[in-house]
Design a protein around this ligand. Structure first.
Ligand SMILES: [Zn+2]
Length: 231
């Protein structure tokens, strides 16, 4: 990966619970836009960054998600069973203000709200490149813009917006939940299941697809979720 120039990196201030060496390394892979901090290092297939750190207890080198590293660098260890969520819906973002600690069911809630729940026959606004494909496009677009001399945060933010929009062709073709309606949290819990993960074989938003986006009514979706969970 090309090195991110100092001028577009996050502020130098070390997060209160960060290891200095790790902070220096992760900083060198983050591009700051007017809204987000985008990790531009190595990525995994599911659209998250891969950041190597040495685990203190074992001495082993392990891969962590940059967003999880960043949350821990500010708040301390992540409690078991919890996830770090993105308010901005950008898996590569690790801007502290975009990150929230939550449970998997909260992630499902988010996906519901943003009309990104997918299941056979319905893709809503899920990115057609899949989560991993979309993340690569966003990272590569940013790195290319920087290599061409773009440094201004708003201009870099516009690059991210354009890269996202290119994979979301149904953004204006419908909405799952009418404006103002409360989130159907019960149904989201039914989806997430007791163990806090989607049922086997179902994923929230990850697979590449070229579906044309079929839109169910909220009632139809509630019925479908209830049938899947056996409730
Ligand atoms: Zn963000």
């Amino acid at each position: 990966m090309p090195t991110v120039p100092e001028v577009v990196r996050p502020p130098v201030d070390i997060p209160p619970r960060a290891d200095l060496g790790e902070w220096a390394r992760i900083r060198s892979k983050i591009v700051v836009t007017d809204r987000d901090w985008i990790y531009c290092g190595a990525l995994s297939d599911d659209g998250y960054g891969r950041f190597w750190v040495r685990e203190a207890a074992s001495g082993d080198d392990v891969v962590v998600r940059p967003s999880r590293w960043m949350w821990g660098a500010h708040h301390g260890p992540i409690p078991p069973g919890f996830v770090v969520r993105h308010e901005c819906d950008l898996s590569l973002c690790c801007r502290p203000n975009c990150l929230r600690l939550g449970e998997q069911v909260d992630n499902v809630d988010d996906a519901w709200h943003r009309d990104r729940l997918t299941y056979p026959g319905r893709v809503g606004k899920a990115d057609r490149r899949g989560a991993g494909g979309a993340a690569r496009v966003i990272r590569d677009a940013l790195l290319e813009a920087i290599s061409e001399g773009v440094q201004e945060p708003a201009a870099l933010g516009a690059v991210v917006t354009a890269a996202r929009a290119a994979g979301d062709p149904y953004a204006n073709t419908g909405t799952l939940i009418p404006d103002g309606e409360m989130p159907p949290r019960v149904a989201a819990r039914a989806w997430a299941g007791r163990r806090g993960v989607p049922p086997a074989g179902r994923r929230l938003v990850s697979e590449p697809h070229d579906d044309q986006g079929e839109f169910f009514t909220p009632e139809q979706l509630m019925d479908w979720l209830a049938a899947q969970s056996g409730e």
